[in-house]
Design a protein around this ligand. Structure first.
Ligand code: NAP
Length: 293
């Protein structure tokens, strides 16, 4: 069994980006600029945004943060996004999800300029992904593809089971694995809460991507010998032994599943770190497209 090390792979992606940013600085060029919009003070969202900003700094990117109150009027959020859309200095925009209930998430996503949509959630970019055209790939599935590529994991002809069909993880993951690319060329089964006999699909899978948000859901009896297991889940579980009062759990029963796998991602230290590296890569790609590089 080999651990797919998100720390190592994300660092190599970031090192490569930093080299390119350093080359820009040496030529007195502007550096890539990622703007984040954070509505409210949700603990997990705060942590994610802080981490994205920290990673921008480590890679030499400029970042900015627009903070809005939980009860912000939708019209004010729209105004903030339009300002970023029109700001020539901003290359990539991300709106941290989820948004408060009174805000129409779909409307907000559709408002982000597609060429600055580094989360890859705009319908125009989703359509391109479906057609296999170059686009911004949602960061979590993109990060997983980078990881599969880094470890040269054979995917062609394999049966991949993706558990979860969200627009940000499961569905784009299923599309990417099914494309005629490397990694890709899998035969994909996309499972969700209405799937019958999910255990049987998993037991036949060469690759399993668990992205449902249920800690420890994927157990050893659901995994065949030598499977590749990718754990996307991040759930805060109360833990009195931790200073924060919680620990982070993945969707895989890691201790019992790992011995059966050829490769497996840990939580933390796996997909989460790759997600941020992929976001930075998307931002750099937005910068390059804008500057004709
Ligand atoms: P989501 O929008 O809640 O979607 C969950 C999906 O799982 C849905 O499609 C749902 O099916 C399916 N599901 C729920 N219970 C199920 C069950 N018992 N059996 C089969 N399918 C089931 O969640 P998400 O945004 O995709 O996130 C999933 C997990 O990944 C969460 O833990 C989240 O925190 C984590 N995440 C991690 C990263 C990272 O960087 N590592 C990034 C994003 C998300 P229905 O469609 O039928 O409801």
């Amino acid at each position: 069994m080999k651990i797919l090390d998100g720390k190592l792979v994300s660092q190599s992606v970031k090192d490569e980006l930093k080299k390119q940013v350093d080359a820009l600085i040496a030529r007195n060029k502007k550096v890539p600029h990622l703007a984040a919009v954070l509505v409210g003070t949700n603990g997990a969202s705060e942590t994610y945004v802080a981490s994205k900003i920290k990673n921008c700094a480590e890679t030499g990117f400029k970042s900015s943060l627009v903070r809005l109150n939980e009860d912000v009027a939708e019209s004010d959020l729209i105004e903030a996004i339009e300002k970023l859309n029109n700001d020539e200095d901003v290359d990539g925009i991300l709106v941290q999800l989820p948004l408060p209930k009174h805000i129409n998430e779909e409307k907000i996503i559709n408002l982000i300029r597609p060429d600055k949509d580094v989360d890859g959630f705009h319908p125009q970019n989703t359509g391109k992904l479906l057609l296999g055209q170059p686009t911004f790939i949602p960061a979590t599935p993109y990060g997983i593809m980078l990881m599969l590529e880094h470890y040269a994991i054979e995917t062609a002809g394999k049966h991949a089971v993706v558990i979860g069909r969200s627009n940000i993880v499961g569905r784009p993951m299923s599309i990417l694995l099914s494309l005629n690319t490397n990694p890709g060329n899998c035969t994909v089964t996309l499972c969700h809460s209405r799937t019958k006999n999910l255990d049987n699909f998993c037991r036949e899978a060469d690759i399993i991507v668990a992205a449902l948000g249920k800690p420890g859901f994927l157990t050893a009896d659901m995994v065949k010998e030598n499977a590749v297991v990718i754990d996307v889940g991040i759930t805060r579980v109360p833990d009195a032994t931790k200073k924060s009062g919680f620990s982070i759990k993945g969707d895989v029963d890691f201790n019992n599943v790992a011995p059966k796998c050829s490769y497996i991602t840990p939580v933390p230290g796996g997909v989460g770190l790759m997600t941020i590296a992929a976001l930075l890569k998307n931002t750099f790609n937005a910068y390059k497209a804008k500057h004709g590089m």
